[in-house]
Design a protein around this ligand. Structure first.
Ligand code: HEC
Ligand code: HEC
Ligand code: HEC
Ligand code: HEC
Ligand code: HEC
Ligand code: HEC
Length: 312
C-alpha cells in the first residue's frame, strides 16, 4: 500500500515537472509570444512603416490590375514570389490589394515563430525589361524586385525618331535598381554599376534601413559615414546640388522646346531620337530615381551631360 502510494506520488511529480517544463519552454520561444508580447517588436516597426510611403501611399489600389499587382499589392507580391513569377507574367489582379505591409516583406504567420521575420525573398532579380541583366545586391534584392524599371526606351524608327506614347511614358517609377547598375538611361551613354552597387553590402537595405532596421525606409547618415567619414549630409562633394542644377537646366530646355509641360509631363508626339533620349533621361533621374545622383553618381552625371548637349 505504502509502496504503491509512493510510486503514484512519484509519477504525479514527474508529470508535473514535465508539464511545467514544457509550458515554460513554450512560453520562452518558438511560438506566438516571440512576437506578440509586451515589447515593441511589432509596434515599433509598425509606427515607422505607417509613416512611410509603403504604409500610406495610395498606389496600392493599382493592385487590382494584373499588370500592376506584383509590385502594388503586398499580397500580390507574396503570391508572385511563391509562384516564382515576374511582375509581367501575372494574369489576374488582387481584388483586395494591400499596401507594402509586414506580410509583403516578411514571412509573417508561416511557421508562427520568430523565424517568420525572414524576408519574403532575397534571390537575385532578373530585370524583366532588360534581357540578361540581373540585380544581385544581397538583401536589397527584396527591394529591387519591385524597384525595377518596367521598360527601356523604344528602338529608333527608320526616320530617326522615337514616339512618346503617353503622358506616363518613361521607365516607370521605381528605376532605382537600374540606376544602381548603370542601365535604363537612353542614348549612347556607357553605364556601369557604381561603388554603391558593388561595395555596399545589402545595397538598398544598408542605406535605407541601416543598423537598427529603421522602417521609415529613409536613408540615414550613419549608413554613409562608415565610408565617407567626414560627410555631414547626403550632398557629398556637392553632387546632389550639381545634379539638381543640371536637372533644372535640362528641364527648362525641354519645356522651351515644347517637349515637357510645366507639371513635368512629356508631350505625346513623335520626336527626333536625341530629343526623346534627353526627355527620357530627365524623367528617369528627376521623377523615377529620386536620389539626385547618389545611387550612381558617374552614370547620372554622364546621362545629364549627354542630354544637355542635345540643346546647344
Ligand atoms: C514573426 C512574428 C510573429 C509571430 C511568431 C506570430 N505573429 Fe501574429 N502577427 C505578426 C505581425 C507582424 C502581425 C501584423 C501586425 C500589424 O500589421 O499590425 C500579426 C498579426 C496577428 C493578429 C491580428 C490579425 C492579423 O492577422 O493581422 C493575430 C490575431 C495574430 N497575429 C495571432 C498570432 C498567433 C495566434 C500566433 C501564434 C500561433 C502568432 N500570431 C504568431 C507577427 C507574428
Ligand atoms: C512589393 C513591392 C515593393 C517592395 C518589395 C519594396 N517597395 Fe518600396 N515602394 C513600393 C511602392 C509601390 C512604393 C510607392 C507607394 C505609393 O506611393 O503608393 C514604394 C515606395 C518606396 C519609397 C518612398 C519613395 C518616395 O517617393 O517617397 C522608398 C524610399 C522605398 N519604397 C524603398 C524601398 C526599400 C529600401 C525596399 C526594400 C527594403 C523596398 N522599397 C521594397 C514597392 C515596393
Ligand atoms: C516592377 C514593379 C512595378 C510594376 C509592375 C508597376 N509599378 Fe507602379 N510603382 C512601382 C514602384 C517601386 C513605385 C514607387 C517608386 C518611387 O516612389 O520611387 C511605383 C509607383 C507608382 C505610382 C505612384 C507614383 C506617384 O508619384 O504617385 C503609381 C500611380 C503607379 N506606380 C502606377 C502603376 C500602374 C498603373 C501599374 C500597372 C499598369 C504599375 N504602377 C506597375 C513599381 C511597379
Ligand atoms: C518594404 C519591406 C519591409 C516592410 C514593409 C516591413 N519590413 Fe521589417 N524588415 C525589412 C528588412 C529589409 C529588414 C532587415 C532584415 C535583415 O537585416 O535581415 C527588416 C527587419 C525587421 C525586423 C528585425 C528582424 C530581426 O531579424 O531582428 C523586425 C522585427 C521587423 N522588420 C518587423 C516588421 C514589421 C512589424 C512590419 C510591419 C509593420 C515590417 N517589418 C514591415 C523589410 C520590411
Ligand atoms: C549608398 C546608399 C544607398 C543605396 C545603396 C540605395 N539608396 Fe536609395 N537613396 C539614397 C539616398 C542618399 C537618397 C536621397 C535621399 C535624399 O536626398 O533625401 C536615396 C533616394 C531613394 C529614393 C527616393 C526617395 C524619395 O524620397 O523620393 C528611393 C525610392 C530609393 N532611394 C530606393 C532605393 C532602392 C530601392 C535601392 C536599392 C535598389 C536604393 N535606394 C539603394 C541612398 C541609397
Ligand atoms: C561601402 C562604402 C560606401 C558607403 C556605405 C557609401 N558610399 Fe558613397 N561612395 C563610395 C565610394 C567608394 C565612392 C567613390 C567611387 C565612385 O564614385 O563610384 C562613393 C561616392 C559617392 C558620391 C560621389 C562623390 C563624388 O565626389 O563624386 C556620393 C555623392 C556618395 N558616395 C554618397 C553617399 C551617401 C549619401 C551614402 C550614404 C547614404 C554613401 N555614399 C554610402 C562608397 C560608399
Amino acid at each position: 500500500m505504502q509502496k504503491r502510494t509512493m510510486i503514484m506520488l512519484g509519477l504525479v511529480l514527474a508529470l508535473t515537472v514535465l508539464l511545467v517544463g514544457a509550458t515554460s519552454v513554450f512560453a520562452q520561444s518558438g511560438d506566438c509570444t516571440d512576437c506578440h508580447n509586451d515589447t515593441t517588436v511589432i509596434t515599433g516597426k509598425k509606427t515607422a512603416t505607417d509613416e512611410s510611403m509603403h504604409g500610406m501611399g495610395e498606389s496600392y489600389v493599382r493592385g487590382t490590375r494584373n499588370s500592376c499587382v506584383g509590385c502594388h499589392s503586398g499580397g500580390g507580391f507574396s503570391d508572385m514570389v511563391a509562384a516564382g513569377l515576374a511582375p509581367n507574367e501575372l494574369e489576374t489582379g488582387d481584388p483586395d490589394p494591400t499596401r507594402q505591409d509586414c506580410r509583403a516583406c516578411h514571412q509573417v504567420h508561416v511557421t508562427y515563430t520568430a523565424a517568420d521575420w525572414a524576408l519574403e525573398t532575397t534571390d537575385p532579380v532578373a530585370f524583366y525589361a532588360f534581357e540578361g541583366v540581373t540585380y544581385d545586391g544581397g538583401k536589397g534584392n527584396l527591394c529591387a524586385s519591385c524597384h525595377q524599371p518596367r521598360r527601356g526606351i523604344a528602338e529608333v524608327d527608320a526616320d530617326g525618331n522615337i514616339e512618346v506614347t503617353s503622358t506616363h511614358w518613361g521607365p516607370h517609377h521605381g528605376g532605382q535598381g537600374a540606376m544602381l547598375l548603370g542601365i535604363a538611361g537612353a542614348g549612347d551613354v556607357e553605364g556601369a554599376p557604381g561603388a554603391h552597387a558593388t561595395m555596399v553590402a545589402d545595397t538598398c537595405v544598408t542605406c535605407h534601413l541601416g543598423e537598427g532596421a529603421d522602417h521609415t525606409f529613409e536613408p540615414a547618415m550613419a549608413s554613409c559615414t562608415g565610408c565617407h567619414a567626414d560627410a555631414e549630409s547626403f550632398d557629398i562633394n556637392g553632387v546632389q546640388t550639381e545634379v539638381q542644377a543640371m536637372l533644372d537646366e535640362l528641364g527648362e530646355k525641354l519645356i522651351a522646346a515644347g517637349l515637357l509641360d510645366e507639371e513635368g509631363h512629356p508631350a505625346v508626339m513623335v520626336m527626333p531620337a536625341d530629343q526623346a533620349n534627353a526627355l527620357w533621361n530627365w524623367i528617369f533621374i528627376a521623377h523615377e530615381d529620386g536620389s539626385l545622383g547618389v545611387h550612381n553618381p558617374a552614370y547620372t552625371k554622364a546621362l545629364l551631360e549627354a542630354s544637355l548637349a542635345v540643346f546647344p
